[in-house]
Design a protein. Sequence first.
Length: 322
Amino acid sequence: MSWYRNTVWFVKGLREYTRSGYESASKHFNPADVEVNVAGRSFLVTGANSGIGKATATEIARRGGTVHLVCRNKERAEVAKGEIVTETGNQNIFLHIVDISNPREIWKFAEQFKNEHKLNVLINNAGCMVNNRELTQDGLEKNFATNTLGTYILTTALLPLLEKEADARVITVSSGGMLVQKLNVSDLQSGNGTFDGTMVYAQNKRQQVVLTEQWAKAHRNIHFSVMHPGWADTPAVRSAMPDFYQKMKNSLRTEGQGADTVVWLAISAEATKLPSGLFFQDRQPVPTHLPLASTHSPPEDEEKLMEVLEEFSQKFKSTSPG
């Protein structure tokens, strides 16, 4: 059925995920939803030095929010921070250098952050698509380490901080690519068979959807959501998917269009009127499975994912420096 899922997803993508799909959907947006002042609220955005992360951080900064940029590359991050401050006039922009593929580093950062800051909204945007199987210094497959385990550790480590605040939210930037994948808990680090970076990425994005659904059940006073930004023209797309980019570059969304639903989920009152744990596209909840695609998982597989990630998490917490 994989050929069916891939074909249906791509046809759906041509119709909905491109710039024209955004332009069509945006005719139904209410501009007032995001015309809000969020001064006094604290937002943490990972992968914030470019692409959708930077566009999101800029829009939140424009509305007065305190924004914590979590980035891996110090030089690029400093430039991005300067550009955001200049463009928005907001001085409350803070920079943290953290590699989201390094679980010990995430734990160390989160423990320090909890002692020094408050947090209202966490935006898990950092991600990677490595096309050849590559291991981190901890022996973790890099896509899994960044997209799934890194997201899991940062979120669970910061949950106590979010629990203290009113109207706390967690938004995770996923991908419509997850529609072609069924959760596979038997090979989380993609060590079996031929390695396909695009499909590994899609599997990680399916895992993020499951994480969001599970967190929503367990933490009722935090609003969780996961979303698909559409196909946007970002540095990550250009570098990780050059063939796709060349084929689609004239139809891709802008970074701002890709970030629109992230911003809406992060700041609008309308977003939290909808149930926690949903998957969004263009400010609307959408199904997490294609018709007839056989991508539903038994509950025990979803529970197993949470158990394995918690085991990894605690292992690296106990060995983190400081």
